[in-house]
Design a protein around this ligand. Structure first.
Ligand code: FMN
Length: 303
């Protein structure tokens, strides 16, 4: 599961691992906030053993705060660290962090070295193709990161200035896998398992990251098949339970991002009832009732 702020939290990662994802990425956290022990930011890095292998992603542009952040995170015993070089939102990129580092790849290389040396762990990076169409410097960035000791590279096939517009361009992946010796992961607009596998095979990738297609749809990490509504509700109930136990009451609202997709077999007006429920226990109960009703329908149909 591709790292996604507000989505790839511990419950989201557990679901993705249970349904077939090979490893977990945390949401990105600010190195400054980690360094100053901001509790909400440190919570991003709480995980359970079943999420392993787990990659902790951080963003920042300053070697000092990156070093302090890594010192704080290291005792939590992640399997790998990742430097975010893909976030294009202004408050991150304009400060030289996230995709802003694509404009300063030498500095990104130094940050990877700091992360490696400070942690003693493998360190990867997640990039975009470049800052804009005039500067698609993915090859230069890839080489610098590899020379700095990065263990792997994930590539979202858009430029920073594109945001999420247009289609992801996966052509550069082949160039990257030919030019680099480190594993490359492809990312962007993959809708299902088969598309991911085709991308992997067609470009000699080490793997692929699925982001938005996995929201409320952990089934995407396994070969496509028809998923029964009862299976979707079973997964949704489980996800809700994990979300409430991890976040407390707030977990209801975090979980809503996933619920709409889990209930995609319902008509929009029926779905709305579940999506607007503010009582967690009531939502748990109504999902259980829905599942019982659907199980009953299934049994009646097979009787
Ligand atoms: C809600 C949301 C939050 C995201 N947060 C992160 C993040 O924390 N770190 C990161 O590297 N990318 C983040 N991304 C980018 C995704 O990891 C991924 O690169 C992008 O969505 C393209 O893949 P997709 O088409 O499979 O969604 C985020 C994307 C979305 C939609």
């Amino acid at each position: 599961m591709s790292p996604m702020a507000g989505v790839s939290d511990s419950p989201g990662r557990i679901m993705s691992r249970r349904y077939g994802a090979d490893f977990s990425f945390t949401e990105f956290g600010s190195a400054d906030f980690i360094a100053s022990s901001h509790p909400d930011t440190l919570k991003l890095y709480r995980f359970t053993e079943e999420e392993r292998p787990i990659v902790f992603q951080i963003f920042g542009s300053d070697a000092h705060s990156i070093r302090l952040a890594v010192q704080k995170l290291r005792p939590l015993d992640p399997d790998r660290l990742d430097l975010n070089m893909g976030c294009s939102v202004n408050r991150v990129a304009m400060k030289g962090a996230g995709a802003g580092l694509l404009r300063n790849p030498e500095e990104a290389g130094r940050l990877v070295e700091v992360m490696r040396k400070q942690s003693g762990l493998p360190v990867s990076a997640k990039i975009r193709l470049g800052w804009d169409d005039q500067k698609r410097n993915y090859l230069e960035v890839g080489r610098i990161l590899q020379d700095s000791g990065a263990c792997a590279l994930s590539v979202h096939g858009r430029t920073a200035s594109q945001g999420y517009r247009g289609q992801a361009d996966h052509q550069p992946l082949r160039e990257l896998t030919s030019a680099l010796s480190i594993p490359v992961f492809g990312n962007g607009d993959l809708q299902n398992y088969e598309q991911a596998m085709d991308l992997i095979r067609g470009n000699a990738l080490a793997g692929a990251l699925l982001g938005r297609a996995s929201i409320g749809n952990p089934f995407v990490f396994s070969p496509s098949r028809h998923i029964l509504p009862t299976e979707k509700i079973e997964a949704a109930r489980h996800h809700l339970e994990l979300s409430l136990s991890f976040h407390g009451y707030r977990g209801l609202f975090v979980f809503r991002k996933h619920l709409s997709r889990y209930l995609d077999f319902l008509a929009p007006e029926m779905r709305k009832e579940y999506l607007t429920e503010v009582d967690a226990v009531a939502l748990e109960r109504s999902l259980a009732t829905l599942q019982e009703r659907l199980n009953g329908v299934g049994k009646a149909a097979t009787a």
